[in-house]
Design a binder for this molecule. Structure first.
Ligand SMILES: C[S@@+](CC[C@H](N)C(=O)[O-])C[C@H]1O[C@@H](n2cnc3c(N)ncnc32)[C@H](O)[C@@H]1O
Length: 306
């Protein structure tokens, strides 16, 4: 487990308290997870090197992201508000800032395995994908960011599936493209650099993936209605978002899991399965009272009476 050992010693050096948190997470994992993490880290190091980056760059990016999140969290605890409030600032400071976005997305990729809440959402997605595999011919991902979900979908669905992906950030699209070229070099994907809200509604998809984008827009109901209208009659969408989760690019503040559920319902989406994972291991009453972040994902379909 050479790669895991290196990661732990690197994080211990730069952020010892956070390393203790990871130790606790890993202590509760089985051997299958540990093997998966080791092989992810080995592959991700090769990917970073092939793109003139290094695993140390990736680990620094991860540490920076954790520190940024802690700063946002402290501000949120003091004021009750998210640190940013309008899209144009986020576009300039984050999405169009190549250096910042590259570091943010690479750090986020590592969190997919290192944070219990992110890993549980990844597992929910994998199950939803496999359960619906037979019906998927046209697939779209909105906001692929680091591209790990896109890679998982491409490697697990039939080779003939048509893939489209849309991201407001050119850097995110470049990262997604590079991870697909690393893992599945022959796969053709349509990469569209646009705000999803400005994409024409002229296509319908069997499966829509939108991970952690809903909280990035000012009016999530517009986005959910668009998703509803872009789903084929028997199509499915896998959506993830979060409650009380301040970050450098989060604009919309969901205050409870029920806020999310009722918005889905208002937009004609029926929940088939969901994952609700607080980021701290505390009783739910305490999570709610202390406004601790809750990660959320749902597999949804179009309500039948629409
Ligand atoms: C936090 S990342 C999520 C990455 C990945 N989907 C995941 O679940 O970990 C959010 C991504 O959504 C993109 N994004 C944010 N707002 C968007 C919009 N209005 N249209 C398209 N992409 C958007 C960002 O550029 C970024 O790549």
């Amino acid at each position: 487990m050479r790669n895991i050992k290196y990661l732990l010693s690197y994080i211990d050096l730069k952020m010892p308290l956070h390393k203790k948190k990871i130790d606790i997470i890993l202590a509760n994992k089985d051997i299958f997870f540990i093997q998966e993490l080791e092989s992810f880290l080995a592959d991700y190091s090769r990917y970073l090197e092939a793109n003139n980056l290094s695993i140390d760059y990736g680990l620094d990016a991860y540490i920076k992201m954790v520190k940024d999140m802690i700063k946002c969290q402290i501000k949120f605890m003091r004021t009750g508000n998210y640190p940013v409030s309008n899209l144009s600032n986020t576009i300039a400071d984050v999405y169009n800032n190549k250096e910042a976005m590259l570091s943010y997305m690479i750090g986020l990729a590592l969190s997919q395995y290192l944070w219990e809440s992110h890993y549980k959402i990844l597992q929910h997605f994998r199950t939803a994908l496999i359960d619906n595999k037979e019906n998927i011919k046209k697939y779209i991902e909105i906001g692929p960011g680091h591209g790990l979900f896109l890679r998982h979908a491409i490697t697990n669905l039939d080779p003939g599936v048509d893939f489209v992906t849309v991201d407001i950030s050119r850097t995110s699209l470049e990262i997604s493209k590079s991870i697909i070229e690393h893992a599945v070099p022959d796969k053709e994907v349509r990469y569209i650099n646009k705000d999803i809200l400005s994409l024409e509604n002229d296509q319908q998809y069997d499966f829509i993936l939108m991970g952690e984008v809903l909280e990035h827009v000012e009016q999530p109901e517009l986005l959910l209605r668009k998703i509803h209208d872009s789903m084929a009659t028997n199509g499915k969408a896998f959506l993830s978002t979060c409650v009380n989760c301040p970050a450098i690019d989060h604009l919309y503040h969901f205050k409870s899991v029920d806020d999310i559920r009722s918005l889905f319902n208002d937009c004609g989406l029926e929940i088939e399965s969901e994952t609700v994972v607080p980021v701290e291991n505390l009783p739910m009453e305490e999570i709610v009272k202390k406004k601790i972040t809750i990660n959320y994902s749902a597999l949804v379909n179009r309500k039948k009476y629409d």
